[in-house]
Design a protein around this ligand. Structure first.
Ligand code: MET
Ligand SMILES: [Zn+2]
Length: 770
């Protein structure tokens, strides 16, 4: 019998209960017991939802109060000394590792966060060294399995695999061996992991899902021995547990050859992100006894599955392996999708009909299994699905042909500024003769409570649009006056009108849909509500011009226009599934190009197009990088190249690891780029020197993610250090490393005054550089 399986489910609760409870606990508003009660109720609600949808294999242990990778560290005692030594409860220590803790005597930073593969979820990196004393210090996965069992629900426990955990972890600070890598201690971790499997077996589990998404990374190509050794040991440790080894987000490639030989029960593959691997995987496992779990229902997007197509795929595999060896499943955990479509009341019914969120995806998996085992029972659901799929297809066919025609007519010249950088710089100097070391900021100023309240009142109809706009103008006015007073050279309007740097644009572009409650976890208690691209994208009317020109009307200094770039809008939205990301990115670029040109027409001298997400969009396998970077860079260029030489384009990235993508950063050909440099080693800047970066750079002189105020002297030292690392760089801008929206006014004021004074100091000190 073909079973249906769900690999994981959102952990946030249908009404964001977990966010509310954890934040209330952190603020001392509820007790630990109250927090645990919410957690328990949420777990039960998840199991019930999945079970009620008719799913056979229900996950447990994938619930978390913060992050599932942190859960692993916390279960296996991967706890750096500074946390272990703090005199706080185990739960508070767990949260301290996740988000830091400053209370009484205790002052602990958060552990390093990183994006979970190519998703927008962030995990906490395990800090492992040769001294790490792996041992089981709690039994969370067992406890949750038992909890479900007691509620009458049999589950398959989900564990993050030991190899992936180490592969995506980092070396602990206490490590003395410079060449150490976390994977070096795999053989110490394996027996402890085996102990956990034994405990699950003793508690009555018959199967377990072990997630090894690391198998889709280049790094896994060299790990065949480690996988073989480890999984042989684990199979021996708990012989009664059937292991499903889950891979997702990419393709196994040659690794399937060694994976097929592991002593496991089943292999799970992602056929949403990597459908082309199906034949080679089936061929590799056919001669073995392995079952194949087909990840057909996407865990990453929000589109209804084409069940007829999935059924066809499943049947072709059944033909080859036999029904007893096939499972149908979600492609990955559903944690990347919102909880349920039932919470959306404002979507047009015909639009809502295209979508499927986590709860609905569970029903899709169940229907798919039923369509194989008892087709008559699934008939009605399949027919309904076919009607929805057809409606969506018809819509796609009829979407905006003007946008497609415009994209088809783009020529190579549209990607290029009229002249090379030196000529543009000369033309720009004639318009605004900026001093050396020009000072500026990255765009946003503090998003105060008043701003949020005004926006909420507008939403509730308690403020009219006119009243709200007057409020925003007043904000802009005070931000401009503030910058004049502080003495910055290139001003900004402060972005008070933006709830979010992607959502704001999505709401103003044609081709997007918006949800009310479709939250997905970004990290810890931070959830986001990504807009959904549903059709061809265009810009019906200017989106930012009125705010930028208003700001410019208040000052003789240049006010920088501020836009979010095409690649960042795409990467932080749910993309449509019927056309490639490349096409969506280029359409966004054309829409933004219109805005850039309109800003120039309105007299805006400097225009910044932010691309903080360009790097995180990199494909998981390096062979795919070039293709991605080519269209990503071209999209940026298409959005900015429509302006005259005398208009200064800026871009901003808030990361520092440029080495792997540097030639592409140069190819963006922005007149000025601001980058994150304040937190990192100066070595990271050496790549700019090495490649002789041709245009202007603004290395961030201080970290805006912390409320700390940098002194003038510290900023002077920073500038001096940058100049040391970049001896040939002529045009250095002085700016913070990202926007100031999360900061408070008093710190911003002192920090920026110090920044302006440090730039003045640099002008005198380095007068001969100009
Ligand atoms: C995450 S990058 C943010 C850039 C944006 N212009 C801001 O200042 O907030
Ligand atoms: Zn930034």
């Amino acid at each position: 019998m073909v079973q249906s399986a769900v690999l994981g489910f959102p952990r946030i609760g249908g009404k964001r209960e977990v966010k509310k409870a954890t934040e209330a606990y952190w603020a001392d508003k509820i007790s630990v017991e109250e927090l645990q009660k919410v957690a328990k109720e949420t777990r039960l609600a998840r199991w019930t939802a999945i079970k009620d949808a008719g799913v056979d294999v229900i996950p447990s242990g994938d619930f978390t109060l913060y992050d599932h990778v942190l859960d692993f560290s916390n279960t296996f005692n991967v706890i750096p000394a500074k946390y272990a030594q703090a005199d706080i409860s185990a739960l508070d220590r767990y949260f301290a590792m996740g988000r830091g803790r400053q209370r009484g005597e205790v002052d602990l930073p958060a552990q390093e966060m990183q994006k979970w593969f190519d998703s927008n979820y962030h995990y906490l990196k395990g800090e492992v060294s040769s001294n790490t004393d792996f041992k089981l210090i709690n039994t969370k996965p067992v406890d949750e399995f038992v909890e479900a069992k007691e509620a009458g629900i049999v589950t398959r426990p989900v564990l993050l695999g030991p190899i992936t955990y180490l592969l995506i972890g980092k070396t602990g600070r206490d490590e003395t061996n410079a060449s150490f890598q976390p994977i070096d201690v795999l053989d110490k971790l394996t027996p402890v992991f085996g102990e956990l499997l034994k405990k699950l077996e003793a508690a009555g589990a018959t199967e377990v899902q072990i997630d090894e998404p690391g198998l889709v990374l280049d790094a896994a190509d060299k790990l065949s021995e480690q996988f073989t050794r480890t999984y042989e040991a684990l199979a021996k440790a708990a012989p009664g547990l059937k292991i499903t080894l889950a891979t997702y987000f990419g393709r196994l490639e040659k690794n399937v050859e060694y994976v097929a030989k592991l002593p496991i029960h089943a292999l799970h593959i992602d056929l949403d992100r990597a459908p082309a691997q199906l034949d080679s995987v089936v061929a590799a496992i056919k001669p073995t006894k392995l079952s194949l779990s087909l990840g057909l229902i996407s865990g990453r997007n929000i589109w209804k599955n084409d069940l007829a197509a999935s059924l066809k795929t499943a049947e072709s595999v059944i033909e080859s392996l036999g029904a007893e060896r096939v499972v149908v499943a979600t492609s990955s955990s559903l944690l990347h999708t919102p909880v349920t479509l039932a919470s959306e009341t404002k979507l047009k019914p015909e639009v809502a009909d295209w979508f499927s969120f986590a709860t609905e995806k569970c029903a899709e998996v169940a229907t798919l299994a039923k369509a194989i085992t008892s087709p008559a029972e699934a008939k009605e659901a399949l027919e309904k699905n076919a009607v929805s799929i057809k409606a969506r297809r018809d819509f796609e066919k009829n979407s905006d042909s003007a946008v497609r025609d415009r994209l088809a007519a783009v020529t190579p010249a549209d990607y290029k500024r009229a002249s090379p950088f030196p000529e543009r710089l000369a033309a720009q100097k004639k318009v605004h003769d900026l001093p050396t070391f020009p000072t500026t900021t990255i765009g946003s100023f503090p998003q105060t409570k008043e701003i949020r309240v005004a926006r909420a009142k507008l939403g509730k109809g308690e403020l009219t649009t006119a009243e709200y706009e007057t409020f925003i103008e007043n904000e802009i006015k005070s931000v401009v006056e503030f910058q004049e007073k502080v003495g910055l050279d290139i001003l900004v309007h402060g972005e008070p009108e933006r709830n979010d740097m992607v959502q704001y644009f999505g709401e103003r572009l044609a081709g997007f849909a918006f949800t009310e409650n479709a939250w997905v976890q970004s990290y810890g208690s931070r959830y986001v509500r990504p807009p959904i691209i549903v059709s061809d994208v265009s810009r019906p009317e200017p989106m930012t011009v009125r705010w930028s020109s208003y700001a410019q009307s208040l000052s003789k200094k240049p006010v920088k226009g501020m836009l979010t770039g095409p690649v960042t809008i795409l990467n932080w939205s749910f993309p449509r599934a019927d056309v490639s990301k490349e096409v969506q990115s280029r359409q966004l670029a054309l829409a933004l190009r219109d805005e850039v040109v309109d800003l120039e027409k309105a007299g805006i001298f400097a225009i910044q197009v932010d691309e903080p997400a360009i790097r995180e969009g990199l494909p998981l396998r390096s062979v795919d990088w070039d293709a991605y970077l080519t269209w990503a860079v071209e999209s940026f260029r298409l959005s900015t190249a429509g302006v005259k030489d005398s208009t200064q384009t800026h871009s901003h990235f808030c990361y520092s690891d440029f080495n792997s993508i540097f030639t592409h950063i140069i190819a963006l050909d922005a007149d000025v780029i601001s980058i994150e440099a304040s937190k990192s080693d100066l070595k990271l800047l050496s790549v700019f020197q090495e490649f002789n970066y041709p245009n202007s750079i603004g290395p961030g002189v201080y970290d805006i993610h912390s409320p700390r105020v940098p002194s003038q002297e510290e900023l002077e030292q920073k500038i001096a250090a940058f100049l040391g690392a970049l001896p040939d760089q002529k045009d250095i801008f002085v700016n913070p490393d990202c926007g100031l929206k999360t900061r408070g006014w008093p710190e911003v004021e002192t920090s920026l005054k110090n920044l302006v004074n440090a730039a003045k100091w640099a002008r005198e000190k380095y007068a001969d550089r100009a």
